[in-house]
Design a protein around this ligand. Structure first.
Ligand code: SAH
Length: 391
């Protein structure tokens, strides 16, 4: 069998509806509706073998096969948790692997999807940061994660939906892999794809301000922002990209995002670390920041806070806040009329929680240098500190 990299045929997982229609029309000289038939086989019936696509006709199947393949990521292993959470380690090429996590909850099933192999942003409390950055995932590799989970779950869009939400909160910074992430999110929301509602696809960013504006022009998904601190000194320590795009600029971008779409909101993620950002004064500071934001956009529901108890990993200097401190923090937000939920930690027994995804990243030093160069070109802050190698 040929290896993925040796196969020059187009992997159809990388094309959204428009791309696939174009592929059928321009590359194959076929009608565009053929693209729709193929998408249904891929995403509604989990079929990757053209021979099984019986409504295509023998000659067409042979022609498609000559130019295209449908190749999902390799499942290296998958691991169920006692609480129903499920984690996959997916091989992306010979050297690298990423993680994807499914989290079932009352009436919903959320998949946490990765956008990059590793991450270059160096947030001080995130396990992925310890690996450094290797490369962007292709659109095929991003949607392939959803496909692998959907097939495992026997998910049937519009009928037997086990997968109701996708969050781009796995490894990587999705706004620094913009085009591929937008293409994959379009397949997630397409009726011929996974058919998810716009607001059930969430992109989480550490705060790449210019790309937040670009996202609001090009895609209609929910936005989550990893805030973690309401003052610049502390936020820069936790999320180094804050140095380049400080809180005032970030909040202004969030205002623009909300004002461009009716009844939308931004979810602010706040990971609680003991003695670092979890004290009452931090909560009051957060109330002031978010009240200013909701006043500005004249919508008291425009900001929601997700409080995430810190998930430890080997080598970290942080610890999880106590339950009492988490409760006090939440109460201060609620008294300040800021909507705040505490996110329950799931998949503890399989290291599947936020910030614990690792995968396997090879060759990080050279790639890290390339990543810094790309960031410099994009006028985005490269992390100052060298990436630590505790992984
Ligand atoms: N780069 C994107 C998406 C990946 S992180 C972003 O920064 O938003 C997804 C969420 O998990 C972010 O809010 C991140 O700050 C949080 N997170 C990272 N490490 C964590 C940890 N150890 N414990 C709890 N949450 C963590």
């Amino acid at each position: 069998m040929s290896t993925p990299t040796a196969d020059a045929r187009t992997n159809l997982f990388g094309l959204d509806r428009i791309g696939l229609e174009r592929f059928f029309a321009e590359t194959l000289g076929e009608k565009r509706f053929r693209a729709h038939q193929v998408m249904k086989w891929m995403y509604h019936r989990h079929v990757t073998d053209f021979e099984q696509m019986t409504d295509l006709g023998k000659a067409l199947r042979a022609k498609v096969q000559e130019h295209a393949r449908i190749e999902p990521p390799n499942v290296l292993f998958d691991k169920p948790s006692v609480d129903g959470t499920h984690k996959w380690l997916l091989g992306m090429d010979g050297a690298n692997a990423i993680e994807t996590v499914y989290i079932p909850d009352k009436g919903r099933g959320t998949l946490c999807v990765s956008s990059q192999v590793g991450c270059g942003l160096n947030c001080s409390f995130c396990s992925t940061a310890t690996q450094g950055f290797n490369r962007n995932l292709s659109a095929a590799e991003i949607i392939g994660q959803v496909w692998v989970a959907a097939r495992h779950l026997g998910n049937v869009p519009h009928r037997d939906r086990k997968l109701t939400n996708v969050v781009m909160m796995g490894m990587g910074e999705p706004l620094l892999n913009f085009d591929n992430v937008v293409t994959a999110m379009s397949i997630m929301r397409d009726d011929l794809g996974f058919g998810l509602a716009n607001k059930r696809v969430t992109l989480s960013t550490s705060g790449v301000v210019p790309m937040i504006d670009k996202l609001s022009e090009e895609s209609d998904v929910s936005l989550a922002v990893s805030l973690h601190a309401a003052n610049d000194a502390l936020r820069t320590e936790l999320v180094p990209i804050n140095k380049k795009y400080p809180i005032a600029q970030l909040m202004a971008a969030c205002e623009r995002y909300v004002l461009r779409r009716k009844r939308s909101s931004v979810t602010f993620e706040y990971t609680l670390m003991e003695g670092v950002n979890d004290q009452p004064e931090h909560a009051h500071e957060l109330v002031r920041l978010l009240r200013a934001f909701t006043n500005k956009v004249q919508d008291s529901d425009a900001a929601k806070v997700n409080l995430i108890p810190f998930n430890p990993f080997p080598g970290t200097r942080y610890t999880r806040s106590s339950d009492a401190d988490i409760r006090t923090f939440q109460e201060i937000l609620q008294k300040g009329k800021v909507l705040a939920m505490v996110r329950r930690t799931r998949g503890d027994d399989i290291d599947a929680a936020c910030g614990q995804l690792k995968g396997q990243v090879m060759d990080r030093t050279r790639r890290q240098a390339q990543f810094r160069a790309t960031l410099a070109q994009q006028d985005v802050a490269a992390p100052k500190e060298p990436v630590s190698a505790t992984a």
